[in-house]
Design a protein around this ligand. Structure first.
Ligand code: HEC
Length: 148
């Protein structure tokens, strides 16, 4: 009896974990291809490089319209959005419906999987992940010298 309860508890945990993983299941490599095809004409992934659209470096987690030297529409400035994965899912489906008046001339990505993949790619464009990339190219940090 007790054992059965334990087993139930364990399978409940496993099911919840896999449901959470499924939600964040985007593939960044496929997302990079989709970004090149759909976004790169207007957006750079490099920090500080604005094209027709603002740089998307480190966009995940930042407030909408927060790049100082990009001239955003007043609709985007007023939107009050913070670009979480959920907000990006909604925006990228139909940008000009989600934020009326926005000047991003892009119809949207109707396929949910495509949006998940692009967002998984955008999530790799951050200080943290470039720090990790740099870290793997540089020699290991020296241990502090404690002998003097
Ligand atoms: C035709 C050009 C164009 C294309 C294609 C385009 N965008 Fe944009 N995007 C813009 C412009 C212009 C803005 C600024 C909108 C405004 O200020 O109203 C923008 C804004 C954004 C923002 C808000 C950024 C911020 O700093 O608040 C995100 C996120 C974004 N685009 C993502 C994407 C993604 C992802 C794609 C590809 C799936 C894409 N865009 C395709 C032109 C484009």
């Amino acid at each position: 009896m007790r054992r059965e309860i334990q087993l139930r508890a364990i399978s409940f945990v496993l099911i919840s974990v896999s449901a959470a993983a499924a939600h964040a299941a985007g593939d960044p490599a496929r997302g990079a291809d989709l970004f090149r095809q759909n976004c790169a004409a207007c957006h750079s992934q490099e920090r500080g490089q604005n094209l027709v659209g603002p740089s998307l470096f480190s966009v995940v987690g930042r407030a909408a319209a927060s790049i100082a030297d990009f001239s955003y529409s007043s609709a985007m400035k007023r939107s009050g959005i913070v670009w979480t994965a959920d907000q990006l899912m909604a925006y990228l489906k139909a940008p000009r419906q989600y934020v009326p008046g926005v000047k991003m001339m892009f119809p949207g990505l109707s396929d949910q999987k495509d949006r998940e993949n692009v967002i998984a790619f955008l999530a790799t464009l951050s200080e943290e992940s470039s720090a990790n990339l740099n870290a793997s190219n540089s020699p290991p940090a020296k241990a502090p010298n404690t002998s003097n």
